[in-house]
Design a protein around this ligand. Structure first.
Ligand SMILES: Cc1cc2nc3c(=O)[nH]c(=O)nc-3n(C[C@H](O)[C@H](O)[C@H](O)COP(=O)(O)OP(=O)(O)OC[C@H]3O[C@@H](n4cnc5c(N)ncnc54)[C@H](O)[C@@H]3O)c2cc1C
Length: 461
């Protein structure tokens, strides 16, 4: 589509939220749409880590920015369960959310996601639930469509080809300021100095743009509330230990309230036969996990995360999480790895101890060390309690040879005050996805884009 200065709809951010908003609007109308993305197009995204093995701290980071957003190189696990991946049920109710999850899931399949879905049957759910109860764990059955890291990029390329014919795509330009006139949003000032005008503005900047969004919210006097910070470790075990569970339940999710602190602790992002990877968040190394559709290892990894909601007067949960991750980087010059047995005996893991461990780390770039110098006592207790509880379901997990990588943190953006159709307190200014604090995953981010898209279509008649 040709470039112009005035559009019906301006979208900031080409992650799932922005893409699905654009798709919904242009599928059902002829409204003119421009999408501004500070990163590159999908074919041009390339992390220097792949070639030089060194993070060059690119701004913006090609891993989390560009067409497809943070999800482009993700494992592409579409979580089709309404209880996971966001807070949209609080805005539209569970029934509506289930309906919209089905709607976006069908779009992903149309654009190349595999047809197969992993969903445990009732007997399996009952059986897992019974064993989970022995460890005082709550089991959340999940329905997963696994796109896989390699195929994710293909799906995104197809979405781009479709949208490139319908909307104006503006890459490598950053939205700097939201323009309002008489209480209405009317445009966006770009980093290049250009002003784009729009009747409706959709902000979908994801987590990498959440700082910018918070600053804009403050400037525009928009109300916000704090989200929690999740801090923990990535656990790596032999795939055989979890196989019984992961074969029948692709993404086993367990929630535990620690006996000592009554804190919420949960498992997250299980990668059967996968690899542990480093992730760079604004210059700080943290851990994550991947599994590939066509490449299998002998190990399985997942995160154990402990959630903290800070209370008054503290208002910087993101900074707190980052400080803990920085401490691990400071001690280990990157990500630390420790055997559970060493942690419990109060000693560091060394290269030699790791070498003679029965489980070998899939993340070779990690430094054997001591997580007790990094994680506060509260988190260590929560994590070790949860591993004991999980032993009822995966006998052998609470073994001295189990590997713990630190730290894994999930920083959630502040949550903007939004209406049920995700409009901010400023007329015609909408916010969607992880940056607005309403989602935490691909599916709910996509659903939030659809919600905004539909509201704009409704207003436009
Ligand atoms: C390593 C990793 C693995 C993941 N794995 C999974 C998974 O398997 N399953 C799952 O459901 N979720 C996963 N996620 C989470 C998922 O990727 C996000 O929940 C989802 O991408 C959020 O979508 P979004 O559109 O809100 O934001 P994003 O995807 O973050 O997209 C926002 C876009 O906005 C752009 N932007 C930001 N600010 C500006 C600005 N001022 N101007 C212009 N552009 C801007 C950014 O460059 C970015 O491209 C993973 C995330 C990561 C990092």
């Amino acid at each position: 589509m040709k470039s112009r200065r005035k559009y019906d709809v301006l979208i900031v951010g080409a992650g799932p939220a922005g893409i699905f908003a654009a798709l919904e609007i242009t599928t059902h109308s002829n409204l003119s749409v421009a999408l501004v993305e500070k990163g590159k197009s999908i074919e041009k995204r390339k992390c220097p880590l792949e070639s030089s093995k060194k993070c060059l701290h690119c701004i913006p980071c090609d891993i989390v920015s560009g067409w497809g957003g943070a999800g482009a190189y993700s494992d592409g696990k579409l979580n089709l369960t309404p209880d996971i991946g966001g807070f949209l049920h609080e805005y539209i109710g569970r029934e509506k959310l289930i309906e919209l999850i089905d709607y976006v899931d069908k779009i992903y399949v149309r654009f190349g996601a595999p047809k197969e879905v992993y969903e445990p049957d009732k007997d399996t759910i009952d059986n897992i639930r019974a064993r989970a109860t022995m460890g005082r764990l709550l089991f959340i059955p999940s329905i997963i469509r696994h796109i896989g890291t390699e195929r994710c990029v293909e799906v995104l390329k197809r979405l781009k080809e479709t949208l490139a014919e319908r909307i104006h795509l503006i890459f490598s330009k950053e939205a700097e300021r939201i323009i309002t006139e008489n209480g209405k949003a009317t445009g966006v000032l770009l980093s290049s100095g250009e002003i784009l005008k729009g009747k409706y503005i959709v902000l979908a900047p994801g987590r990498s743009g959440s700082q910018w969004l918070s600053e804009e919210a403050r400037r525009l006097n928009l109300h916000t509330q704090l989200n929690p910070v999740d801090i923990g470790v990535r656990v790596e075990i032999p795939a055989s230990i979890s196989e019984e569970l992961t074969k029948v339940c692709y993404e086993p999710k367990f929630v535990y309230y620690s006996q000592t602190f009554d804190d919420l602790v949960r498992t997250f992002c299980v990668n059967p036969h996968g690899v542990v990877v480093r992730e760079n968040i604004n210059g700080i190394w943290t851990v994550n996990g991947h599994s590939f559709a066509n490449r299998k290892t002998d190990n399985t990894n997942f995160a154990i995360l402990s959630s903290t909601y800070f209370t008054e007067p503290f208002k910087e949960p993101i900074l707190y999480g980052q400080s803990i991750a920085k401490l691990a980087n400071f001690l280990g010059q990157g990500v630390l790895v420790q055997r559970l047995g060493d942690l419990k005996r109060g000693r560091r893991s060394t290269k030699e101890r790791i070498l003679r461990n029965t489980i070998q780390p899939t993340l070779k770039d990690s430094t054997p060390g001591d997580l007790s110098f990094v994680l506060p006592y509260r988190y260590l207790v929560n994590i070790t309690e949860m591993l004991e509880a999980l032993d009822y379901l995966m006998p052998g997990i609470n073994d001295p040879h189990t590997l713990l990588y630190g730290v894994e943190i999930k920083l959630y953006s502040m949550r903007l005050k939004l209406t049920a159709c995700l409009e901010t307190e400023i007329e015609n200014l909408f916010a969607a996805g992880d940056g607005a604090g309403v989602s935490r995953g691909l599916i709910q981010a996509s659903v939030s884009g659809i919600l905004v898209g539909r509201e704009i279509l409704r207003r436009h008649g």
